[in-house]
Design a protein around this ligand. Structure first.
Ligand SMILES: [Zn+2]
Length: 154
């Protein structure tokens, strides 16, 4: 930025409230639009889109108050656009990270559940086998006893 440019874009200082015309400057940075500095002002209250973007990004509600600037300079508009995109991107990334963590957690829970179910099934099968063995043993013993009993009886 050249020295000249710097002085041209310098903000107006609110010194004497009586000799101020607040209407022809940027509502955000207070810069004035003159033929010399080439600053272009855009209408701020042309629809609700801009004021909504400002409210969403910087959490400041700009109201159309009589006597206050109804414009926004292009420099501030660009900063606002960049900031808005930055914020939307950042929010989206955060959402996606949260979803990824949640998905991972759910996946781990599912895997854990599958694992514990598999262990339960294995235990059940072992129990069944043990029970079957016990029954078989019992039956064998019962047969033997009845044989020996019948032997004794003979
Ligand atoms: Zn501005």
């Amino acid at each position: 930025m050249s020295e000249n440019e710097g002085s041209l874009t310098r903000r107006i200082a609110f010194v004497n409230p009586n000799d101020l015309d607040l209407t022809d400057c940027c509502r955000i940075c207070k810069c004035r639009a003159t033929v010399e500095n080439g600053i272009k002002l855009r209408p701020l209250f042309n629809g609700r889109r801009l004021t909504r973007i400002i409210a969403n990004t910087v959490h400041i509600e700009i109201k159309d108050i009589q006597g206050l600037p109804r414009f926004l300079c292009e420099k501030c508009l660009n900063i606002l656009k960049t900031f808005s995109i930055f914020q939307v991107d950042f929010r989206r990334s955060e959402e996606e990270f949260k979803m990824a963590i949640e998905a991972r957690r759910t996946y781990q829970m599912d895997t854990l559940m599958e694992f514990s179910t598999a262990i339960e099934m294995e235990k059940q099968r072992e129990n069944d086998q043990k029970n079957a063995a016990l029954v078989t043993n019992f039956l064998k013993k019962a047969k033997k006893t009845s044989k020996s009993k019948s032997k004794l009886q003979n």
